[in-house]
Design a protein around this ligand. Structure first.
Ligand code: ZN
Length: 241
């Protein structure tokens, strides 16, 4: 089985459709989404609708949770609060039902999917360094753990020798090794590369790699500005920051 693992689409329809088009050409069996389907971008309902038809399993993200529960805004900065209120005001009943149905984590045999951290999925903690990732390995048992949330791709390998970050965007798992992979963000990358990021997992050969796909950033940015969302949320797409 080959999986495409997406995260942090954030209502960016242009990025999501570009990624799905790439996935269509990649011999993928199923698509998984690690959450934050909405928030920041101008097309929350369109993205939910597409996720409903194209994504096999979607995990709950903190923005999805805040979209259905205003109390969760307390953890957000002012741009995120403005965007999530804008989003909540526009979500249809069907979209809200979909977001309410999402769970904190999901498992395949030997694979864990979670939005933020495997140790405390409901706390929305960020794993921003290989050192922080290293501390997570004692909190899950699977060989593969996929996360999102930071919008920055990262692959951290754990072997009997130790823990190390792999910088070339791919891993073939040696026997006995385990890996934690941040797949990056489809709709609002923050690693300095404006392209949409996701991961491909091949369970037969126990390998995974990161993929970057260009999309129409200008169109997504223009929609954000026209919608009256904070201009910064559009501008940051141009830089991938
Ligand atoms: Zn996010």
């Amino acid at each position: 089985m080959r999986y495409a693992i997406l995260s942090d689409i954030h209502g960016n329809y242009e990025a999501f459709t570009a990624v799905l088009k790439a996935v269509d050409g990649m011999d993928i069996d199923d698509v998984v989404c690690l959450g934050d389907v909405v928030g920041y971008g101008a097309n929350p309902n369109e993205v939910v609708e597409l996720a409903r038809t194209r994504v096999r399993v979607t995990i709950l993200g903190n923005h999805d949770q805040a979209a259905v529960d205003p109390a969760e805004e307390a953890h957000f900065n002012s741009w995120a609060v403005q965007a999530i209120r804008w989003t909540r005001d526009r979500l249809t009943a069907d979209s809200l039902d979909y977001l309410r149905s999402l769970a904190y984590e999901s498992l395949l045999p030997d694979v864990r999917f979670v939005h933020a951290s495997p140790s405390e999925p409901e706390k929305w903690r960020y794993i921003l360094s290989p050192q922080a990732a290293a501390r997570e390995f004692s909190t899950f048992e699977e060989s593969f753990c996929f996360i999102g949330h930071s919008h920055v791709p990262m692959i951290v390998l754990r072997t009997e020798v130790g823990t190390s970050e792999l910088l070339d965007g791919e891993v073939a798992l040696p026997a006995g090794a385990r890996v934690l992979i941040n797949v990056g963000s489809v709709g609002q990358p923050r690693n300095g590369d404006p392209r949409a990021s996701f991961a491909v997992l091949d369970l037969e050969d126990r390998s995974a790699h990161l993929v970057q796909v260009p999309y129409d950033v200008d169109a997504a940015r223009a929609k954000i500005v026209e919608a009256g969302l904070p201009r910064f949320l559009g501008d940051r797409l141009l830089l991938g920051q």
